[in-house]
Design a protein around this ligand. Structure first.
Ligand code: C2O
Ligand code: CU
Length: 480
């Protein structure tokens, strides 16, 4: 149990009575929010949209005035926003210019396992990889990040991550990229005095930072020019659970979960996202105002308590112009969701997360843990059984949350999800359909998305097979 036990004790109490937790990590907002460059790719004569991502080393001013060695895709830190439409065929030219193997996983994407970019599709230093697939799901805010065997935390923490938007034109939502449709990648970081990133596994969840970055910088402000601003929130932290709220506790509308638009806007004052989760929100502004987006302590998950770190942070200051251009009214109905029915499930699987393992086994590249039949609907019952914070992510599918210990899920979970924060000791019934892409030899992953837990072995593998087909044998070594 080693590393998990070495951990500083966690306080899973719901109230913020611990010294330090009421403190807000205040920053001066002194740099404009960087907007990751939009890469729309080039369309070839077969109608295939082609993107390019090169992982490389660089250096960045994550905190003003301090230089930090970082990694990035096509740049020094983070990566471009890729954008494609439902139904399009896409191809990505991935090149690895790092000194070690990496991979690029398309988090939230429904695609063949051989294109998934997990630990079985590592790209060696100097190597390239060209996955190709058809976008076969509705508009959504997805993301990409490395997934190398036992090294995901390090690669993401150093800066390798970006958004992948599945998008189609709409008049009903703010949708001008970087103007009123704003990508917001939020991560925590810790630095040495000379600016190097600190890795520290002294907490039970791996590295926890003291600074919060928005699109790669601390202290960002956004000049808003429209009445409504849509923020595509991604918690790309390695371990930190974030609860987004505005400093004045104003209401805002959540319009999307991980896998796409909700049926109707969910009006709320705060929204919790664990590592890997996304949400889209729309906030309304009045001319001339300044409002701060913050992260507040998450009841039940006071990560900082016991380690002396804060759980409150400034993230972004939104500065509204004195004259704002009009925005469309938010539609009452956003999308049609075809809810999966428990009665259609042909199989239930327990998933018990505890002590670096799932159902008692640590990740083994050469072992298939679960065999799923293409076309079938299943219910996975997921629980965190060791008292530590965990979440759960499944590759290839989007799921619905049926219930949590028999209770209906909170309104922020009512939509397509691929990652969910686990409430300690409760049973989360997730329902999903494995609609196609049978391949007995190449597994998909499911795991805790607290990346150090994932690296430590809290991950398993499933293959999707055609009815009656036996599973193959995945290679325990890496494919090149
Ligand atoms: Cu975002 Cu298997 O990960
Ligand atoms: Cu975990």
């Amino acid at each position: 149990i080693g590393p998990l036990i070495l951990a500083v004790l966690f306080t899973l109490s719901g109230c913020g009575i611990f010294a330090g937790t009421d403190y807000t990590g205040r920053v001066s907002f002194d740099r404009p929010l960087p907007i990751p460059p939009l890469q729309e790719g080039t369309v070839d004569d077969q109608g295939r949209r082609e993107f390019t991502l090169t992982a490389r080393e660089g250096s960045s001013q994550l905190v003003n005035g301090m230089t930090t060695p970082t990694w990035g895709f096509n740049g020094d830190y983070l990566g471009p926003t890729l954008r494609a439409a439902p139904g399009e065929r896409v191809r990505v030219n991935v090149t690895n210019e790092l000194g070690e193997a990496t991979s690029v996983h398309w988090h939230g994407m429904h695609l063949p396992a051989a294109m998934d970019g997990g630990p079985h599709q590592e790209v060696q230093p100097g190597g390239t990889w060209q996955p190709e697939w058809e976008i076969n799901q509705p508009p959504a805010t997805l993301w990409y990040h490395p997934h190398p065997h036992e090294a995901t935390e390090k690669h993401v923490y150093r800066g390798l991550a970006g958004l992948f938007l599945i998008d189609e034109p709409t008049q009903h939502l703010p949708s001008e990229y970087g103007i009123d449709d704003i990508p917001l990648i939020v991560q925590d970081k810790r630095f040495t005095e000379t600016g190097e990133l600190v890795f520290d596994h002294s907490s039970a969840v791996g590295t926890l930072g003291e600074s919060i970055l928005a699109n790669g910088i601390e202290g960002a402000y956004l000049d808003a020019t429209t009445e409504k601003v849509r923020l595509r929130l991604l918690n790309a932290s390695t371990a930190r659970i974030l609860t987004f709220a505005f400093e004045d506790e104003r209401e805002f509308a959540q319009i999307a979960t991980d896998g796409g638009l909700m049926e109707a806007p969910n009006s709320t004052r705060q929204l919790t996202l664990s590592p890997g989760e996304r949400a889209e929100i729309v906030v309304e502004l009045t001319p001339g105002e300044e409002v701060n987006l913050q992260s507040h302590p998450t009841p039940g998950y006071l990560l900082g308590a016991g380690s002396g770190l804060s759980d409150s942070f400034d993230i972004l200051q939104i500065r509204a112009a004195d004259r704002l251009s009009p925005s469309p009214a938010l539609p009452a109905e956003l999308s049609d969701i075809d809810w999966l029915r428990a009665s259609d499930a042909v199989r239930q699987r327990p998933m018990r997360l505890s002590n670096r393992s799932i159902n008692g086994s640590e990740m083994d590249m050469s072992r298939i843990d679960e065999v799923v039949t293409a076309g079938s609907t299943e219910i996975w019952t997921v629980s965190a059984a060791d008292g530590y914070p965990h979440n759960f992510h499944i590759h290839d599918v989007q799921f619905h949350v049926l219930d949590i210990d028999g209770e209906p899920p909170g309104p922020h979970l009512r939509g397509w999800k691929d990652t969910i924060l686990l409430e300690p000791h409760k049973e989360h019934r997730l329902i999903m359909r494995f609609s196609n892409y049978a391949d007995p030899d190449v597994p998909y992953m499911y795991h805790c998305h607290l990346l150090w837990h994932e690296d430590e072995g809290m991950m398993g593998q499933f293959v999707v097979v055609d009815e009656g087909q036996p599973p193959g044998s995945p290679s325990g070594s890496h494919h090149h």
